[in-house]
Design a protein around this ligand. Structure first.
Ligand code: NAD
Length: 412
């Protein structure tokens, strides 16, 4: 298994060369500013006390309070959290929102836990980090296997500790607790906006374009729904149990309903079963990895037939695979831009919370589209000007902004 943090560091080094950064600045950028590691102990339903390792990593706060999701996953590692917190830093910078980057996680298997146990886990996690988070310090959000209910428990626990309302401490909340309209769909909708822009560059007609999506959780579902609305054809979908394929198109609504009833996509009418590996190598126009890290590697990069890869997941492509894709003229929309829709609407949520002024969904969608389209165009212009791939261009723009803020503060 590739170490995602080593990959994240390689990306920083590659960009630092382009930006001609000095060693002190590079060393600063290559490690998190604060790491919290702790045990989260809870009483299980059978009365046993069980302890889970927890992390919160605040990578860089030069541009503002740190921001990033919390993952509950059995395969979580501290290096995954480190990498994700670095990527959040660059993502907030390229999206041009005034936040630094962070990420958190608990090594646990939420699929084997009851709602009560998950609530206890969420509350204990917040007790461990309460003094280090806040609307102007660090603002968590949902990520893999956490959702708006998790955020509601976490917010409630935080407010009990600080003894006042503080909805701006957490985003991705339910609407009733100060969540933002449009947040649930934001990441997937943002992926679709990025794909729409990429098809213009690649001169591909989005209407009727063939799309394969790996991962059918929050991001995968809303990417599929938004692209279907834009007229594209979803030909393959998958989740952790495997994938389904129909070259003539799959109805996203039917897939959602089927998965809700049956717990997996396998067996949906008029589809053929395929593996997650086969999905990546399908004959299609656009491939959307929307599950986990390290899915496109040097082993399968040459077999990818899509002309556009939209990195909805964080870190789905290894650096070696990246070079192969660039050589093969595949247009990669890098994760830090591709899935930035979530953090942009999280920022809108935070603005609404701290001003107490709430917006309609239409306004949020419009503002999101405007922000992403602008960042996308800056990336394309930079890639051309510097003669680099899209990821390097996005990193050049993002890291320069962080370094400029660090310099102004006198940190380097
Ligand atoms: P989720 O938990 O809602 O869904 C994850 C999906 O991936 C599930 O369908 C799961 O079955 C599937 N999956 C897990 N392992 C898989 C495997 N080996 N092969 C294929 N599918 C697999 O999570 P999500 O919120 O949709 O996040 C997906 C990715 O997007 C993650 O990389 C996350 O960091 C990133 N992301 C999420 C957001 C957000 O707003 N939710 C924002 C930015 C980035």
């Amino acid at each position: 298994m590739e170490n995602p943090f080593l990959n994240a560091q390689k990306q920083i080094e590659k960009t630092a060369l382009k930006l001609k950064l000095d060693k002190k600045t590079i060393d600063f950028l290559k490690k998190p500013m604060r790491e919290l590691k702790f045990d989260v102990s809870i009483k299980m339903d059978n009365g046993d006390i069980k302890t889970f390792p927890g992390f919160r990593i605040q990578y860089n706060w030069a541009r503002g309070p740190t921001k990033g999701g919390i993952r509950f996953h059995p395969k979580e590692t501290i290096d995954t959290v480190r990498a994700l917190s670095a990527w959040m830093t660059w993502k907030c910078a390229i999206a041009d929102i005034p936040f630094g980057g962070a990420k958190g996680g608990i090594i646990c298997n939420p699929k084997e836990m009851s709602q009560k146990e998950l609530e206890n886990l969420s509350r204990e996690y917040i007790k461990q980090i309460a003094e280090f988070i806040g609307p102007n310090k660090d603002i968590p959000a949902p990520d893999v296997y956490t959702n708006s209910q998790t955020m509601a428990w976490m917010l409630d626990e935080y407010e009990k500790i600080v003894k006042h309302h503080a909805p701006g401490v957490i985003t991705g909340k339910p609407l009733e607790l100060g969540g933002s309209k449009g947040r649930t769909k934001a990441t997937g909708f943002g992926v679709a906006i990025n794909i729409r822009e990429a098809t213009k560059v690649m001169e591909i007609e989005l209407r009727g374009a063939k799309i394969a999506i790996q991962g059918f959780g929050n991001v995968g579902v809303y990417t599929a729904k938004s692209l279907e609305k834009m007229g594209a054809k979803i030909i393959a979908l998958s989740d952790s149990k495997g994938g389904i394929y129909n070259p003539n198109g799959i109805s996203v609504e039917q897939a959602i309903e089927y998965k809700q009833k049956n717990g997996s996509l396998k067996g949906l009418k008029d589809t053929k079963e395929i593996s997650n590996e086969e999905l990546l190598e399908l004959e299609c126009d656009i491939l959307v990895p929307a599950a986990l890290e390290n899915q496109i590697t040097k082993e399968n990069a040459n077999k990818i037939k899509a002309k556009i890869i939209a990195e909805a997941a964080n870190g789905p492509t290894t650096p070696e695979a990246d070079e192969i894709l660039h050589k093969n003229n595949v247009f990669v929309i890098p994760d830090i831009l591709c899935n930035a829709g979530g953090v942009i609407v999280s920022y809108f949520e935070w603005v609404q919370n701290i001003t107490g002024n709430y917006w309609e969904e239409e306004k949020i969608d419009e503002k999101l589209d405007e922000k992403l389209t602008k960042s996308f165009s800056q990336m394309v212009v930079t890639a051309e000007k510097e003669n680099v791939d899209n990821r390097t261009a996005a990193y050049i723009l993002a890291i320069k902004k962080v370094v400029d803020a660090m310099k102004l503060r006198g940190w380097v």
